[in-house]
Design a protein around this ligand. Structure first.
Ligand code: AMP
Length: 296
């Protein structure tokens, strides 16, 4: 595996790759890697000739009171994991490489970035959209891979790629889970043993939502009430939001019988904020395959 800290040397490497007419898959991450990240790498390897991953804890997507300083960082372990997973090139830029002094240009996706995470974490999705656009311009991948776990992030990236005419395909990869259902996340490392047990709350809520709609509960406000009561019964949990929204627009839905709905959750377990989501559908309606958006 080749590693690069500078944009210029990565570009030189990628120029040679493209001259050989090889396709490039790209997996952007913030490091502290786990099996969820590696599932994106696996998918990229099966689709593309060369796989580039990046590890960059992007300061601009953290709010002033968020965990940028204490976000888990373990570069040597991450390098071993990516090398073992067959990543060809790992991009590890220092902050000054991505944000030199006098940086002043931002990418902001309006409507898609305003609800859910955008409403609770002001500036977060603008930071994500900006760094992803920069990384796309640096790597110029054929296909970029993002996890369903950050569903709204996927829609924001899909939107900006279309709106800015970026010539790449954006592929969603299903959420990779622990055996008890907890979605893998770098932030799971913050959980105490008791919190780790309580954290299965999120996947239990998603499973409950899926079975309730199959059983014929088609009122979103009814289902919301039921899910909220389950959260209230868990002493270590504080609810940020439970959203029942359209999977393309993220606009609230009321009739769950009308088609596929996205259930998106943000819940604090102790001091750790966890998110998760799932698509649910009434009986007779099948769930879609993972989303893919082809460049135009
Ligand atoms: P992060 O390092 O948290 O910024 O995540 C980097 C990429 O990995 C994003 O596209 C995430 O959606 C994806 N990802 C994180 N956790 C998981 C998971 N459990 N399953 C699938 N993808 C994930």
């Amino acid at each position: 595996m080749r590693t690069f800290e500078q944009i210029s040397t990565l570009r030189t490497y990628l120029r040679a790759v493209r001259q050989e007419r090889k396709t490039v898959g790209f997996v952007p991450t913030m490091g502290a890697l786990h099996a969820g990240h590696l599932s994106l790498v696996q998918r990229a390897k099966s689709d593309c000739d060369v796989v580039v991953a990046s590890i960059f804890v992007n300061p601009t997507q953290f709010g002033p009171k968020e965990d940028f300083a204490k976000y888990p960082r373990d570069t040597s372990r991450d390098m071993q994991m990516t090398a073992n997973a067959g990543v060809d090139a790992l991009f590890l830029p220092p902050v000054e490489e991505m944000y030199p002094s006098n940086f002043q240009t931002w990418v902001e996706v309006e409507k898609m970035g305003e609800s859910l995470e955008g409403a609770v974490r002001p500036g977060h999705l603008k930071g994500v959209a900006t760094v992803v656009t920069k990384l796309f311009n640096i790597v110029q991948p054929d296909i970029a891979y993002f996890g369903q776990k950050d569903y709204q992030q996927f829609l924001v990236v899909e939107r900006l790629a279309r709106d800015l005419n970026l010539p790449l395909t954006i592929q969603m990869v299903p959420t990779f889970r622990e055996t008890d259902g907890l979605a893998m996340s770098s932030r799971n490392a913050y959980l105490s043993e008791a919190e780790r047990t309580a954290a299965t709350l999120l996947s239990r809520l998603l499973a409950l939502a899926g079975s309730r709609v199959q059983e014929g509960v088609h009122s979103a406000s009814q289902l919301h009430k039921e899910l909220t009561a389950v959260v209230a019964a868990e002493p270590l949990a504080t609810l940020d939001y439970i959203a029942l929204v359209h999977p393309d627009t993220l606009q609230p839905v009321e009739d769950l019988g009308a088609g596929v709905t996205l259930v998106a959750l943000a819940i604090r377990i102790g001091n750790t904020r966890l998110i998760d989501n799932a698509l649910i559908a009434p009986e007779g309606v099948s769930l879609p395959r993972p989303r893919v958006s082809r460049g135009v």
